[in-house]
Ligand binder design. Sequence first.
Ligand code: GDD
Length: 409
Amino acid sequence: RVVAVIMVGGPTKGTRFRPLSLNVPKPLFPLAGQPMVHHPISACRRIPNLAQIYLIGFYEEREFALYVSSISNELRVPVRYLREEKPRGSAGGLYSFRDYILEDNPSHIFLLNCDVCCSFPLAEMLDAHKIYGGMGTVLVIKVSAESAHQFGELVADPITKELLHYTEKPETFVSELINCGVYVFTPAIFAAIQDVFMQRRGKAELRRVTSFEALQSATKSIPADYVRLDQDILSPLAGKKELYTYETLDFWEQIKTPGMSLKCSALYLHQFRYTSTHLLASGNDTKRASITGDVYIHPSAKVHPTAKIGPNVSISANARIGAGARLISCIILDDVEILENAVVIHAIVGWKSSIGKWSRVQGGGDYNAKLGVTILGESVAVEDEVVVINSIVLPNKTLNGSVQEEIIL
Ligand code: GDD
């Protein structure tokens, strides 16, 4: 049997995702109309012999309760949220819930970061992992040399695929091959994490008896029960025939900023063509609107038949889109109202916001730039005939004049 664990992190980790993370935990922010964490969960559902899915994080339990029970019913696989009382790092968090994880006596454990967007080739990874015969297999991808430093960089044997060397976010270039934040392990991973605890304790003890100065430096270092999977496990175990790599040639992105969520929404909408066509709005449905490219429209949303929608648009529950409105590359959240002839391009429109007649809310479309996507927080009102370009507007603001390249606090 197989168990999957998805690391969802906690509120302090989501600061780069503001203002969208002010309303909803980042893992529940909708991409292609589904909560971010829904995409790895549905990928896990396709693993043969899956017994359980655990979400581990330090958000309040009630923030996930509703989602976890509805997704368990929908997928007919138990999904459970386990709350850490404090962050223990990716490996420390996993270790602290080992009793739950080992309950089903799994032969393999998948570990997935919640904030990555990819096709999650989990079954293929598991097959490769069984052939390699190590303790763990890491999903890897080649990225450009300029962007590699934002990730864990690694070197793998071209023939055996063994992980030979691993450095987390190095200052000098090591390799274009990076860690995708998706792993499969045998239960031996728990012994490896325990070894790190023991070594730490041993070192602290040694320092305590050797000198007062050393003790001072030890107290400044990371807590003994904080273990990071990358630095503390992958780096020391590289080159010991314990860890292997599986390279994906498909898409992969990391979702740290609102701009990237728009890009990832597009990637997942496109993937729906192969996995969930029923979620894509169809261009033949003339009652609805004219649809171009990949579009998701929640069944409760009301879109005027003369509106033009797409490509890359997702419209959440109870949104209302007026006559002649034009929407391209945007995420429209719950209860938004877009009035007649308004235009929204490369933008995220927050819950309960409204955009007036003939208004224009637009970003430049550079997903990596700070102001490349225009973002309206919750309950922002853009009045009629107002133009908002490359800006971020915090919740509850009313815009009665046009703005460009501004952050409106
Ligand atoms: N539950 C829990 N507890 N989750 C955590 C904790 C923790 O203490 N710390 C981090 N996470 C979660 C985050 O929410 C995220 O989903 C994942 O674990 C990894 O987060 P970070 O440890 O902040 O690392 P990162 O995202 O900067 O980089 C990692 O992922 C990259 C791929 O996206 C590294 O492993 C990189 O090497 C890798 O390239």
